[in-house]
Design a protein around this ligand. Sequence first.
Ligand code: IPM
Ligand code: MN
Length: 331
Amino acid sequence: MTRLCVIAGDGIGHEVVPSAVRLLERLIPRLQVTEAEAGWDCFQRHGQSVPETTLQRMRECGAGLFGAVSSPSHRVEGYRSAILTLRQSLQLNVNLRPVRSWPRISPRADVDLMILRENSEGLYIGREHMQSADLAIAERHISRHASEHIAQRAAQVARLRDGRRITLVHKANVLPLTCGLFRDSCRRVLTAEGLDDIVDERLVDVAALQLIERPQDFDILVTTNLFGDILSDLASYWSGGLGMAPSLNWGEGIALAEPVHGSAPDIAGTGKANPLAAILSSALLLRYQWQAGALADQLENAVGSLLAEMSIAELDSQTTQIIEQELLKRL
Ligand code: IPM
Ligand code: MN
């Protein structure tokens, strides 16, 4: 039995997630859906951005689809970002962020790459303090364990997509201990996996430039948390921007799909939200968590065929509901 924990969150999460769930239900008629709460609304009601019941439901289901959450614009005592809490509490240690060209909407036609972003440590451990009134310090943790784990996932992804290249992205010239440990741990695992002939590496600044100049040359990129955060937004330009950027927070036996965009409070409730990033995120669940690659292909092909027939102006003027209906026709 396939189970899904649905966490719509705030804003347009309540519009794009139900659309994606209906498409998943078409592909998996016996899908068992449970809802759970998280986000800013939830914090205002229960005093927690991610209640324990939500974590429990996620663990029971082993798979989730998250919409988007708003954050307060001011500092609120006790509030912590819902997505960061979910990633940490559920040990969703790797973040998959594919970037590929789509018909019409993409600035070029030949991009097909996958960023694996370490999702549990680096600068995201949130340990900052004021050493004095004039000196703020942030800690960056890189562990052998997490680095080896992401390399294992990279090997798995390489096998699933017939990988031709795995690029380790780091800044070991300036951070030889942290980035050095990351790079060396990844290399060791990938060599043991027999993949050393397709592994190379880039300094993060060089990788950023090459992602602009020759994005078609990249295949699988493996990097630390903050570098992956930045490079994945940058690279999403090639698939048509954040509105087309899916992701999968991937742990051991548990995964949470998540469109990279935010809760877009300005258009929430208008029915105009683009559900494609949420839908493409659910395709990642199909492919990587439920081992249903053929269903993932079906969903992604439906998106491709819809985009091939619609200009960007047309797409922008469509409602969430029409996009969903057009995709249902194509499944
Ligand atoms: C993302 C987002 C998050 C991150 C924010 C909302 C904390 O930018 O998923 O990329 O920095 O990881
Ligand atoms: Mn980001």
